[in-house]
Design a protein around this ligand. Sequence first.
Ligand SMILES: C[C@H](N)C(=O)N[C@H](CCC(=O)O)C(=O)O
Ligand code: MG
Length: 353
Amino acid sequence: MKITTHRVSAPLHTPFITALRTATHVESLLVEVSDGELSGWGEAPQVWKVTGDSLAGSQACIEGPITTALDGLGPDDLTEALRRVQGAAVGNFGAKDAVDVALHDLAARRRGQTLHGFLGSTVDLVRTDVTLSVGDAAALATAGRDRVADGFDVLKIKVGTDAVGDIERVRRVREAIGPEPRLRLDANQGWTRRDAVRVIRALEDAGCAIELVEQPVAAADLDGMAWVTDRVSTPILADESVYGVRDLVAVIRQGAADLVNVKLAKCGGLAPARTLLELAREHGLGAIVGCMMESHVGVGAAAALVSAYPTTTVNDLDAAWWLREAPVTGIRYDGSLIHLPSAPGLGVTGLTA
Ligand SMILES: C[C@H](N)C(=O)N[C@H](CCC(=O)O)C(=O)O
Ligand SMILES: [Mg+2]
């Protein structure tokens, strides 16, 4: 098998702003694994402020230890190939994700199947929420109304930059969109535990009907997250606190959250993501599948996953919707619905530009 990497810098139509970072582009390494005839595709997004993965680091890992680990292996032994990818290096989840997905994609194509079909799915539509960037109350209220008009019925508001102001911002969005659309919040680690309880209780008292609050406190502060989870009625979703199985076990043991956000770029691809979803299910923890700011390749793989392994609520797979133009063919958005491709694998036929 031959592995080729392509650096992609794709502009967004609107800046994506969280408590951790501002992105104007998706910066990704697209990875192509070829058997000489067919290619499977995967994606390693650069997210310095979340995973710490960079294009250069992912490229070095893929061209170095991962390529060495796969040396001499044919495309038919998917299980062994996936095992070798995970064992090739410590960390480097973006690099492992890209090659894991590309290997799955190649295996699906070799059978003439879509990736979601290969994973066992019989559905080709997946629902997503849409994110509202950090902003002032008026801008958020307008963006909320616009997204509902675009056909989204689950909105995720980025908060966490200023706890007191967050209460008013969220209240204004709820007022602007009315009672029907679901609202969820993502603080991206921006609050202290006391801020988190104060904000969430204020929103509960104001009747804002928040579906869930994602990563209220610092990733490493599981005690703090458990403290918050114990003190509010709104479900708490662990994101940056959970990369792999060890992290999820810690969250479960401490009762630190009600749900977990599984992302391919945090755990290293489809195989480890399935393990996490299974573990969450066995322990009665809710789960969603999310994404980093990444393109149709990474989001397409995550959408294929949830079409085969349903989660407990609507997933957070809007990243590719933010792109001004698609750098590859594959999934397509229609309001809150993601149409999975009918072409083999992820439906990627090469770079469009
Ligand atoms: C894109 C998705 N809706 C999202 O919000 N993901 C973020 C991290 C994305 C990034 O910073 O690249 C999250 O859930 O924290
Ligand atoms: Mg998050």
